[in-house]
Structures are given as C-alpha cells and as structure tokens.
Ligand binder design. Structure first.
Ligand code: PEP
Ligand code: MG
Length: 538
C-alpha cells in the first residue's frame, strides 16, 4: 500500500480506480524513423482512438446540447477519414521516413493553409477543424490522456495540475475525486471540486505517473490522504469513515424545508454557487433558496469559440426556469488570471493576478459584453434574475455599466423583445470597492462580497500560489473590517449585502457574519444544509 499526503479542499471519502490525467505536449518532435511500417501502425492506432473519442463526443453533445451543436464532431470524423488527409500523412511517414507526430502536424498545417486560401467562407472555416483533429491525434500519439470519461467506471483523477478550463470539461458523474500534485486550496479548480461535492486534494506528494493508471485507491478528504492499493485494514477503516459521513449527510436531510433563520428570528438568505446549468440539480437537491453566484465564465470555458447570444440565453433561461421564481444571481464574465480562454487571444502577462480580467475585459470588448447582456435581459422574463458585475473598482465603471444595460434594454425593446424585471449588483472583491462602498451602494441593489479575491488583494497574497497557502488568511482583521464596512454602507443606502466567496461557508464565521448584518450567504450546494443547521443554532 502506498500512502500520499495532500491538502484537502473538500471533505469526504471516495474509493475507486485512478485515472492519470496527462496534458498533451505542445512542442512537436521531428524525428527520422527506420521502421516505417511500425510508425504507420502507430498512426492508424491513434487515428482509431481519435475516431472513437469523436464518436463519443458526438453522442454526448447530441444528448446535452442537440444535433446542431453535435454536428461539428461528425464533421471532424469525416475530416479524419478524408483520403487526402490520410495520403499526405502516409506519404510523409513512408517516403520522408518521418515520425507520425511530425507527419500529422505537417499535414494539418498544410491543409489548414490551403483551406484558408479558399474564397468560400465555409471552406475557410474548415482550417480550424483540420488543426483541431490533428492536435487530437498528436496528443494521443504523445501519450496525453485527458478523457476520464473513456474509463468504464467513475474514477479518481490524478493530475499534475488542472486549469479551470480542464476541470469544467469533466463529466461530473464520472469523477469520484480529484488529486493534484500542484494546485492551491483557493484556486478555481478547488472551488469547482467543492461545487461538484467530491473529495479533493491539492499539493499532494505524488507524481502523476502512468504506473498508477487503473490502480485501486481511496481518497480521504478528511485527513488529506491518498491510499493506493489500500490494504484490507485501511479499506475497512475508510468504508467506516465513509459510512459516518453518509450518516451525517442523511441526518442533515431533516434541514430540508426548514427556514434559514437564527434563534433571534433573523432570516438569512441561503443561496448556492454554481458553475454550470447542470449544477442546478445539486441546488434543488439541497433545498437551496436561490443561486447567489452563477459563474458564467465557466460557460465560456466549456466552449471552443465565443458562445453566441442564443446559446447563453438558453443556459440562463434554463437556470431561471428550473429555479421556479427563486432568485438567480448571474455574474457576468470573469475571465483572466487562472481562467484563461484561448479564443480570447489575450496576451501573456507578467502578473496575471493583477492583470486584464473580468469587467475590465468586458468594458474593453464591448461586443462580447453586449452579447452577454442581451442574453441576460432576454432571460429575465423567465424568473427572478439579478445580474452581478465582478472586480469593480470605481463609481465610473458602475455608471458606465448601468448605461450599457439601459442601452441594451432599449435596443431589445425596439426589436419588440420582452425584458423583465431584474436587480443589479456588484461584487465587492477589491479593497478599492470596499473602501468606496458608501459611494457605490446608491448605484446598486446589492453587494456580494467575493472573499477569495478580497483576501488576495487585501493581503497581497496570490490565491493561486500554493507556497503562499499558509498566509492566505480570510480571517485577517483587515479583511473582516472591509466586510463590516461594506455591509454597513450597503444598509445605509438601502442595498442588501451577501457573501459568495468561500468564506461564506466557514461555519466558524457564521455567528460573526450574522452580527455584522450580512443578509445572504451563498455557498457550494453540498454545504447548504449544514450551514442552515449552523444558522439555526446562532
Ligand atoms: C471571490 O473572489 O470570492 C469570488 C466569489 O469570485 P471568484 O472566486 O470566482 O474569483
Ligand atoms: Mg473573485
């Protein structure tokens, strides 16, 4: 039995087999080969695997988003089987005696260049598809494994590190736990694991070696331990621990249908944080009163290109309809820092935590922002919508945002598209916003405190940097004073004030937040019932 230590970011016990997640190498090797027949076979095997993956993706997309969106994976299968594409690869391997990766890369580049030179717009669009299928085959050739769904049963994902754009692609029903060698407890990947309600370890003392592939393991998210090939005694202990956790969860079921009210009679709005439309299942299952933070950027992270107005409208409408009149706070796009999206083509930054991010991207790329606002305003007729803007630092920004929202509303009205009622709020997650919250409050309906970033920017401690995890202290007096100031200023000007950062779920702080006058707490769905119990004890 092997025992490895990590830092737990979500409690719970999971047992299952390990899936070693490995990213593709970005550099393409160029090598001469002597055994061209063997190299051709390597290519054919990789191609078969890629076709299988594409078939699976087609079926998944067909189920989840419909035929039109799924078609692209059908087109990719046809391109991968195209005789010209395959002849070119075979010729580079057989005649030039080059390795398969290089043959696929060169063919992809040449065909893409040819497509780009065509007059027909549809054919020009195929250039990206050829590159896409070539990258898929190359990543299979160089041993990347990024598809846990390919495993026959749900798995424990073991990775060096995971970007939010990677975690968001996982089919949640196929993941039992996540263990990473790197990563930080405050990163968005850790937050996603919490939303998925699965045990998760970061900074684990383990290399994601393929030797672990398929081996039985247990993740103990209470103790921060990973057991590989657990012995009988450990297995029995873990099953007992899991039983205890399940029993505790079962007991919490009695909190369903109860009010989130303190002994003194103060009602706290207890909402949930989500990252996708599918997360609404967990929200309803845990009897949450609303959604306090829908991180809309995860919708963008899950797409290969800018999600259009229709796709976004459908997502927002679905969430609002499914919540049946309960409040849904949707945060506009918050990308940048650790949430990078290739198709935005943002330049590399020296200091991403202080970089081009969130509202500053939206106010620079108004086209992208307006598309999202149109989708949101159109969806407003389907439920109790509130729109929230991230990373605000000035009054000027809020004034400009309000003007843009008004312009979009008028534009939709001119098009005879109905717009419903909605609230407007901002995130307080920079010290600047907290300190001028007296000036910001009259401009909004509510504040939602983003304690993750508020801690990062108040303490000048990068939330992504694992070596600073011990210094990342959301209980720091400076952070708490900013929260108190924000809450007081909100109330002074008739706005309400909630917390949607991870600190909202910290039960040690619940009584203090209630004393401060916090009106709402928004936490990952799995924490809802326990927090309701805590509120009722206060
Ligand atoms: C926060 O900063 O606390 C927050 C809720 O936003 P995010 O974690 O997505 O940056
Ligand atoms: Mg934030």
């Amino acid at each position: 039995m092997i025992v490895k230590e990590g830092r737990s970011v979500f409690k719970g016990v999971a047992t299952g087999r390990i899936f070693v997640y490995r990213k593709a190498q970005t550099a393409v090797s160029r090598e001469q080969v002597t055994d061209t027949a063997a190299e051709l076979e390597r290519y054919e095997n990789a191609k078969r695997k890629a076709l299988d993956q594409l078939k699976g993706l087609y079926e998944k997309a067909l189920r989840d988003v419909g035929e039109e969106e799924a078609m692209i994976f059908d087109v990719h299968q046809m391109l991968l089987d195209d005789p010209d594409y395959n002849d070119s690869i075979h010729s580079i391997i057989e005649n030039d005696r080059m390795n398969a990766e290089y043959a696929v890369f060169m063919t992809g580049e040449q065909l893409a260049a040819m497509f780009l030179n065509m007059d027909n717009e549809y054919m020009r669009g195929r250039a990206a598809d050829v590159k896409d299928i070539s990258e898929r085959v190359m990543s299979i050739l160089n041993g990347a494994q990024t598809d846990p769904e390919a495993m026959p049963e749900p798995v424990i994902v073991l990775a060096e590190d995971l970007a939010p754009s990677e975690t968001v692609q996982f089919d949640k029903s196929k993941i039992l736990a996540i263990v990473t060698q790197k990563g930080s407890a405050n990163s968005h990947t850790a937050i996603l694991a919490r939303t998925m309600n699965i045990p998760s370890l970061v900074m684990t003392d383990i290399e994601p070696d393929l030797a672990y592939q398929g081996r039985r393991a247990v993740v103990d998210g209470f103790a921060g331990l990973l057991y590989i090939d657990p012995d009988e005694e450990t297995m029995a202990r873990m099953i007992e621990k899991k039983g205890g956790a399940d029993a505790k969860r079962a007991l919490l079921q009695e909190m369903k249908g109860k009010e989130s009210v303190t002994k003194g009679g103060k009602h706290i709005h207890l909402y949930s944080n989500i990252g996708s439309v599918e997360d609404v299942d967990a929200v309803l299952e845990n009897d949450s009163e609303g959604i306090g933070l829908f991180r809309s950027e995860f919708l963008y992270l899950g797409c290969d290109d800018y999600p259009d107005e229709e796709l976004q409208f459908e997502a927002y409408r679905t969430v609002l309809s499914r919540m049946g009149g309960r409040k849904v706070i949707i945060r506009t796009l918050d990308i940048g820092a650790d949430k990078q999206i290739d198709y935005f083509n943002l330049p590399k930054e020296e200091n991403p935590a202080l970089g081009f991010r969130a509202i500053h991207i939206c106010l620079t790329r108004e086209d992208v922002f307006r598309t999202q606002l149109r989708a949101l305003l159109r969806a407003s007729v389907y439920g109790a919508l509130a729109i929230m803007f991230p990373m605000i630092i000035s009054v000027k920004e809020v004034v400009r945002i309000r003007r843009l929202v008004e312009e979009v509303r008028l534009e939709l009205e001119r098009e005879n598209i109905r717009v419903g009622e909605f609230e407007l709020g901002i995130m307080i997650e920079t010290p600047a916003a907290a300190l001028i919250s007296d000036q910001l409050a009259p401009l909004v309906d509510f504040f939602s405190i983003g304690s993750n970033d508020l801690t990062q920017y108040t303490l000048a401690i990068d939330r992504q940097n694992p070596s600073l995890d011990d210094f990342f202290d959301p209980h720091h007096e400076a952070v708490l004073r900013l929260i108190q100031t924000t809450c007081e200023n909100a109330h002074r000007h008739g706005a309400w004030c909630g917390i949607c950062g991870e600190l909202g779920a910290d039960m040690e702080m619940t009584a203090k937040f209630i004393q401060m006058g916090i009106d709402e707490l928004s936490v990952s769905p799995g924490c809802t019932l326990e927090l309701r119990k805590r509120i009722r004890e206060c």
